[in-house]
Design a protein around this ligand. Structure first.
Ligand SMILES: [Zn+2]
Length: 490
């Protein structure tokens, strides 16, 4: 049985990867693609934000099951917004200690549903070993003490962070959590305060190489590489050059072996991304200002607990937003106002046991629910009524639904809306646009994501070293990978 190394490159996009390979800028990825199987259209979940996507990757479930609605969302029991640390300003506003606690502790051990099993838990049950290097989603069966660096301790002023968190047998969150193994990884600058305490590519790759060199890798190891995302947000036009730097690091991993072919004799490599990115236009018109759109309504101020007089609360996830109506009658107003804005191309909400969809850009209304005589290309059954164009649905043969602009759109939109049992409206922005609201980071003339659109939702998938005879997927989705990996290791 070969061991599996899973490299998750944040914001890895198929066009960028393919251009890079064509131009000879990505020899490692080219080698792995030539020797393996490649899909240019693997579909993520919605919202296309790392926290939700990572939880789907490790549980094999959509957000309606794992219950992590987004990177930013509203928790009605505590009347507060959850922010798994997106943007310095909003994090400061909410309190660094609270956000750090939410992302390090609550996400895995409280928010992530106990009704789903993570790949780490499942492999352990089956007598296999597993590891997670720097992934935000990491629930496993071992408990770890958090070792907070002095400066972080000062910044958080929080004793709560002395709690234990769970992870697989091999587990790192940079400098903050590390399982013990021998020999230990020598200290490096890449885990200093100046380098986000090790949440970066250099640290993750150095750790992976150390584990390879000392034959310490478990049967399955997931490695998170965040640098591509950060840099493409700022310089989307330089995405190729940015990915070629990631490739250099992958080359250094392959160079650990006597030959690159030997790497594939010993290991299976799976490489994918969590979501894509879309270029946001340069002018303020490319920011859809949500406070202006709902002006006159009583909007919960960012960072404050919702109060009885508030009409709604905004949870801004860049090119996606959840709008939570907090009073009866407000939902209709939110939907009507959203429909007036052509820059919002999907407006979805729960109705009866299904989902209603409008578009600010296209005429008509769509209603759909699970079950029925229609099947989509993923084998899910649906009843669909109204205007199909709203979600760009098309019909293949006489009964198979295929997707245009919004891959796996029916399941992805509905599972986002059913990730919580409260009224909520999901908004998705047209390419070129991004939502703006108090304290939310924006990226005019940069890259952004979060939406249901294929540009944010389609990632490449590369599997190398697992044999080339059979293609395991026709229409791959990130939610399919957990079961595929468990099978590889059975
Ligand atoms: Zn991002």
């Amino acid at each position: 049985m070969k061991k599996v190394i899973f490299l998750m490159i944040d914001s890895l996009m198929p066009e960028v990867l393919e251009d890079c390979i064509k131009n000879g800028q990505a020899p490692a990825l080219q080698f792995l693609k030539d020797r393996g199987q490649y899909w240019s259209h693997c579909t993520s979940v919605f919202p296309t934000m790392t926290a939700t996507v990572d939880c789907s990757l490790i549980t094999g479930e959509y957000p309606d099951q794992h219950r992590i609605p987004a990177l930013i969302w509203y928790k009605p029991e505590e009347r507060r917004i959850i922010n798994y640390t997106n943007g310095a300003l909003p994090v400061l506003k909410l309190g660094f200690g609270q956000c750090a606690y939410d992302v390090i502790c609550s996400l895995n051990d409280t928010h992530l549903s106990k009704n789903v099993t993570t790949i780490y838990e499942e492999l352990k049950e089956r007598g296999r070993t597993a590891g997670s290097i720097n992934l935000i989603a990491h629930r496993g069966q071992k408990k770890y003490k958090i070792d907070l660096p002095f400066l972080l301790k000062l910044a958080t002023r929080s004793r709560k962070l002395e709690d234990e968190i769970s992870g697989p047998e091999l587990f790192t969150l940079g400098r903050v959590v590390r399982s013990t193994f021998s020999p230990p990884l020598p200290w490096g600058w890449d885990e200093s305060f100046f380098r986000s305490y090790g949440i970066n590519d250099d640290f993750a790759i150095r750790m992976l190489k150390h584990l390879l060199q000392h034959q310490l890798l478990p049967d399955f190891t997931m490695v998170y590489l965040p640098d591509n995302d950060h840099q493409v947000h700022r310089n989307p036009r330089k995405a190729r050059g940015i990915l070629s730097k990631v490739d250099q690091k992958l080359q250094s991993v392959l160079n650990q072996f006597s030959t690159w072919d030997q790497a594939l004799e010993d290991y299976i490599f799976i490489i994918t991304g969590d979501h894509g990115q879309t270029l946001v236009g340069p002018t303020s018109e490319h920011n859809v200002n949500l406070e202006e759109l709902y002006s006159g309504l009583n909007i919960t101020p960012y960072g404050e607990k919702s109060k009885p007089e508030n009409d709604l609360l905004i949870a801004n996830n860049e090119r996606m937003a959840y709008i939570y109506p907090l009073k009866s009658g407000v939902m209709e107003e939110i939907i009507e106002r959203s429909r007036q804005d052509k820059r919002i191309d999907v407006i979805g909400w729960k109705e009866k046991d299904g989902v209603c969809v409008y578009s600010g850009d296209r005429e008509g209304k769509l209603f759909y629910r699970r079950g029925g005589s229609l099947q989509d290309i993923y084998g899910a059954s649906w009843t669909v009524e109204g205007e199909w164009k709203v979600l760009d649905l098309q019909m293949k043969d006489s009964s198979t639904i295929t997707y245009g602009e919004y891959p796996d759109g029916l399941a992805r939109l509905s599972t986002a809306l059913y990730s919580q049992d409260i009224p909520m409206v999901a908004l998705s922005a047209k390419p070129g646009y991004e939502f703006k609201s108090a304290y939310a980071p924006t990226h005019l003339n940069g890259g952004s994501h979060g939406s249901l659109h294929w540009k944010d939702s389609t990632v490449p998938l590369l599997i190398s070293g697992a044999g080339q005879d059979q293609r395991p997927f026709e229409y791959p989705r990130l939610v399919d990978l957990k079961n595929y990996i468990v099978k590889l290791l059975s």
